[in-house]
Write a protein that binds this ligand. Structure first.
Ligand SMILES: CNc1nc2cc(C(=O)NN)ccc2[nH]1
Length: 375
């Protein structure tokens, strides 16, 4: 137990792992799915409902929160947990990925990334040190180093330069974290290297020398496709320390997560359940459906009565279809709620299967029910 943050590997079933992360703000059961709470809210969800779906931890985006309402303002108001009324664990990303995908006029140098806010054009500079300062002002229990997540395809030489920059930023992030962090907070390193096996191995080896309490695999789910993502995981995961949590950033759809758990990953975050829910997509045991489809106009059945979630159990598909056709706010709210409950039930099912040594049977049933082949 290192001052309030610890990880315990409880069981394995092949590469799949069952574990618990202890933080000062509670336990995180792994494999874990982290709902994305971008601007200090899991969109359309009151935090008590997020908790009731089974979430132990949510993700906050540093890029969004630093621009609005501002990290210093959140700190002055008691920190992000108090601000968003979420007393459980929070992981914040470094902001790097979103600066590159959302900000205007970005200039990347050894120092960091200079950019203009996509909201009001104001100039900002994100360095490893400033990112840690922001994450500490927010009060995040798990923080991420600033890194560069290169777009693919990328040549080997450029990918190595990018990966080495991220390693240098890992060192700077770690030093800043040691100065600023509170007891019990943890900083994770991020493995980069695009889809080059040698660069992925070199990135991990260099990060292991810095000895982080957890390691993320970044730079995936950026268009490489599921098979290539799994191939990179098969290279990297077996070389990651068994006694530290492994976080696959930005992943994913249910089949991505099941396949990544089967390859040794522990933590996940993705906007899929919340964003797709707002647009009418509901994830079910038999795969996704779009509730706006006319086929559901007269369907009296709920989305999934076996889920202990009002949105999944207490409303007919016909009613949900009507809400979306009528543009009613309740539609996106209920589908978001259901999707998060489905995702948490998927995670709970995998945890139970690994505990019982039945993960292979879980995967086989998931394939059968959803028709997903590549896992
Ligand atoms: C949706 N795909 C996706 N890939 C991601 C990669 C990163 C990353 O490498 N951060 N350092 C972060 C978020 C991501 N989301």
């Amino acid at each position: 137990m290192s001052d309030g943050f610890s990880f315990t590997l409880e069981a394995s079933d092949g590469p799949a792992r069952l574990g618990v992360i202890e933080t000062p703000r509670g336990k995180i059961r792994t494999p874990a799915f982290m709902p994305v709470g971008t601007a200090g809210t899991v969109k359309a969800m009151p935090p008590d409902n997020v908790r009731a779906t089974g979430a132990d931890i949510v993700l906050g985006n540093t890029y969004h929160l630093m621009l609005r309402p501002g990290a210093e303002r959140v700190a002055a108001l008691g920190g992000l947990h108090k601000f968003m009324n979420w007393p459980h664990a929070i992981l914040t990303d470094s902001g790097g990925f979103q600066v590159m995908s959302l900000a205007k006029l970005r200039k990347l140098t050894e120092e960091g990334v200079a950019f203009q806010s996509h909201i009001d054009g104001a100039p900002h500079m994100l360095t490893p040190e400033r990112s840690i300062e922001i994450q500490c002002l927010l009060g995040a229990d798990i923080q991420m180093q600033l890194d560069e997540c290169p777009a693919i395809p990328i040549a080997h030489g450029a990918a190595r330069e990018s990966m080495l920059l991220s390693v240098r930023w890992a060192e700077r992030s770690r030093r800043a974290f040691e100065e600023k962090a509170a007891p019990g907070q943890a900083l994770f390193g991020i493995v980069q290297g695009a889809n080059y096996d040698d660069l992925r191995r070199e990135s991990l080896a260099r990060l292991l020398e810095l000895d982080f309490p957890g390691y993320a695999v970044g730079g995936l789910a950026v268009g490489e496709g599921r098979a290539e993502m799994f191939r990179v995981l098969e290279i990297v995961a077996p070389e990651m320390p068994a006694g530290r949590p492994r976080y696959l950033m930005g992943v994913g759809k249910p089949a991505d997560i099941v396949g990544a758990v089967a390859r040794g990953m522990d933590m996940f975050d993705c906007v899929a359940p919340t964003r797709s829910g707002r647009h009418g997509q509901a994830w079910t045991r038999r795969g996704p459906i779009n509730i706006k489809n006319a086929a559901f106009a007269d369907d009296p059945e709920p989305l999934d009565p076996s889920l202990d979630c009002p949105a999944s159990r207490d409303y007919s598909k016909a009613y949900l279809h009507h809400l979306f056709r009528a543009g009613e706010y309740l539609g996106p709210m209920l589908l978001t709620w259901h999707n998060l409950a489905y995702y948490q039930a998927l995670m709970a099912g995998m945890r139970a299967a690994i505990a019982a040594g039945r993960f292979g049977a879980f995967v086989a049933r998931f394939r059968e029910e959803t028709g997903e082949t590549i896992l």
